[in-house]
Design a protein. Structure first.
Length: 254
């Protein structure tokens, strides 16, 4: 089974756990909203704070114990190890919107939403030499899929199937699809609300309604491509990046 097939299998597992939680336990709308909000926070911590801004772009430096705390959440996101995620995304920034070389270039919405991409889990080793020298990242990379399943088992054992489905699997599935959707939308010229603040050599855009609905800074995507090494994407008057503020306030070493 290829790495991409394993990702699909684990995605199906999480969708099944969500369905089981809905069917096996009494539905409570307030609890669902609370869990969805919690899942949203987990998704932001795993995908944006850890995998994207910390390990992929090295946009801020934090304490080692914080990295250890973030790693299990990042593993739960089901997009490959930190090395795979950084390798693919750094290639995306190097070859952004190049139909032949950009691994994040999507011809269709189906390809986008289901992680179907060119060289999905392949990348040039030169992009991740820094992470490959880190023992924590290399160990988690070698054992990624085992660690993901062990983590799922531990969460079920500690919290039960109800909370596994409503909270943790919800964070995995929601983050998986929402992130891919927003990423493609902010690369579409003429998309509703899309504007370009900077003349970058790609098709990236900022989007006001994305930034309101998703406080992960995804609505400032053009800003991010203009200065990928910045941990805070707010670069123009009237812009606010809550995740950048959180990182600067609580996680970034001064």
């Amino acid at each position: 089974m290829s790495s991409l097939q394993k990702i699909y299998a684990q995605l199906a597992l999480h969708m099944g756990l969500i369905a089981f939680a809905f069917l096996a336990y009494d539905f409570s709308f307030p609890m669902f909203i609370s869990c969805f909000f919690g899942a949203f926070i987990l998704g932001i911590l795993g995908r944006e704070v850890a995998l994207h801004r910390l390990w992929c772009h090295k946009s801020y430096e934090t304490w080692r114990f914080v990295e250890y705390l973030l790693m299990p959440i990042a593993i739960l996101m089901n997009v490959g190890s930190s090395i795979v995620s950084a390798g693919v995304h750094r290639a995306h920034h190097t070859y952004s919107d190049d139909k032949e070389k950009d691994p994040d270039y999507h011809e269709t919405w189906l390809n986008c939403l289901f992680f179907i991409r060119q060289n999905a889990v392949q990348f040039e080793p030169r992009f991740v030499r820094d992470l490959m020298k880190d023992k924590m990242h290399m160990w988690c990379h070698k054992h990624y899929f085992k660690l993901h399943l062990i983590l799922v088992g531990l969460l079920i054992g500690v919290f039960g199937f109800k909370w596994m489905g409503y909270l943790f699997s919800m964070s995995t599935v929601a983050s998986f699809f929402i992130t891919m959707f927003i990423h493609r939308f902010t690369h579409i010229p003429g998309g509703f609300g899309n504007v370009r603040a900077f003349d970058t050599p790609d098709a990236t855009h900022n989007n006001w309604w994305v930034n309101i609905l998703h406080p992960g800074g995804y609505g400032l995507h053009n800003n991010h491509h203009y200065k990928p090494a910045e941990y805070n994407y707010a670069m123009n008057p009237g812009e606010f990046d809550p995740i950048g503020w959180f990182i600067g306030k609580f996680l970034k070493k001064s």
